[in-house]
Design a binder for this molecule. Sequence first.
Ligand code: HEM
Length: 473
Amino acid sequence: MLLRRPRFDLNMTLVRRILKRRFFHGPSQQPVDASQPLPTKRDQSVYTLHEDVYSSRSGPCKNNRAYQITEIVMEVHRVSRYREVEHALRLTDLKQSLYDEGKILMDKVLVTLHGDEHRQRRSVESQLFRRNFFRVYENDVFPGLLRDTLDQFLSGESADLKELGYRIMVHLSLSFAGIDRIDGTIEEADAQHRLLIQLGQAATIGQYKGDREPIFQEIRDAIDEFRERFFLPSRARRVALINDYREGKISDEALPRDILTILLMHNDDLGMPDELMVREVAFFYLAASHTSVHTLVHATHELFSWCQRQGSSPTDVVKDTHQLQRFVLESMRLHPSSPEAWRRAEASVSLADGTVVPAGDKVVIDLQTANRDPEVFGKDASEFNPLRQIEGRTSRAGMSFGGGMHVCLGMNLVAGTLLRDGEAPKPDNHQFGTVTLIIKELIERGMRPNPDQAPQKIEASERDVWASYPVLF
Ligand code: HEM
């Protein structure tokens, strides 16, 4: 594999321009129309609005939401209390609707499937995690992937953690999805990053109010490029290996452990057309990348800020990996990368507070507000406190990974074993998750905030997203 000298020559202006327009897994970034009256303040509200002109403020515990109202066509029910969110995510008559307008990529990929089709695909893909997947992954696979990326891209004393995070996550997510590196050059990594951003537009196009056709064309071109340049060679290698395995020439241990291999192994049952398999693999690439980078930067910032407040050192915190994992989970709770889940009622359903949602109505499930519910996380629910006690079976990461049938398939990979309060880790079988392990490695390599360059949030976004995070090593 050819590894050139590291350099950050990726067209970050292009990447930032696209990222500013929209994000994977996210609700609208449109500015709130201040001329419209605010709806009545309630914890769980029903607003009547035209879904295409929906815009919202998404911040800590904000129940006031402003909407542009141009045409009365449907009702939107908002659920934001923790227990009500848990309940809503389990209602099987509520169907995924966040990606309705991104069908160009998202049609019939796992997260948009429903009912039996969803169950069948999910049960096949979950087989990837059987046996000792996580132990092998965290001990044998992940350290090599991380080392390769850092050797290639981390040079010199300063870096932007967000850019570095993308370098790492592009590599990890493609490997998990089943896409091989071909020549390992910087140019190839740049192309993969650009494709990630271009493909990701499909997930958020529904919230874009301008002329969508140029974006659809960009996505079509990106799917073609992804297929020709990366998917086809990766598939050919896997088909050959699977044939060798079926002919008894190699053991199953020698097969790659990734989504593409699992899909190819089970394709007689799944019957996925080629073009759908390309999109499914691309979807995993998206689902794993932006979310993890978002989390990596937030968790690092929370760690630095906490240490500054407490007069302690990040190097000391990361010495205890269990402790660091609690920091990461607490940050995931406060800064979920998907602040809302959207559903449409297939049949009439009752929400936990008794509200009846007729078929056709939309339900916005507000994960971010639920994660700051004082009834569950205490009076300081909106503050970062990795030492907080949480009663019952509530996850330290709150609802950041969703729940019910669409609960995040990559949750343990990225967050590790989610211990409930009072549960002791099993020393030989505990997973820490990629974000904790990446932060640990970076801090051990000397990462600290750059005192001369303050980190910046994306101003145009009402969401809590870092634009840049300068660090020194
Ligand atoms: C911090 C990182 C991540 C967060 C916060 C996150 C969050 C979520 C959430 C909230 C959902 C549910 C969406 C819904 O109900 O509408 C979801 C689904 C999903 N996530 Fe993640 N995710 C993360 C990382 C990953 C990774 C690393 C992977 C893959 C390796 C992944 C794969 C998926 C898949 C495949 C689904 C769809 C599951 C289904 O529909 O059955 N995610 N994620």
